[in-house]
Design a protein around this ligand. Sequence first.
Ligand SMILES: [Cu+2]
Length: 151
Amino acid sequence: MIRSIVVASCLSICAMGTAQADITVSDAWVRASLPQQRATGAFMTISAGAHGARLVGARSTVAAVTEVHEMKLVDNIARMGRVEAVDVGPGQVVELKPGSYHIMLMELKQPVQVGDTVELELIFEQGGATRSVPVTAVARPLTGAPMKRHH
Ligand SMILES: [Cu+2]
């Protein structure tokens, strides 16, 4: 009973992140797309509390296909592809950021413009259960995204 009250009050107070069973997502943003661009990326900071969790998928309303991706340098060429999961260990903080892990939004239904808010749903596995965590990401310019944002 007490636990459910705590969760409910956090849901109403936490503006940009959502806490659910210790999974916290913060600083979520989406890279604004160009008019002809069919895909873009979403980035955020994830922590999973004392038990850890695995990010295994994502959904969004703006794209027909939403996947968890990793970008790597292979022979100095940036390559990216889908990954099965991103492990967020107990007490760990994992940053989804340009050049690394990201949420790939593909087959965009319309361009994502600076200032737009994009609703995402992150799918986690934790202790054998699947949890979905809603995230609101704000669209930022294609270039010149700051490395660190302060609230
Ligand atoms: Cu990608």
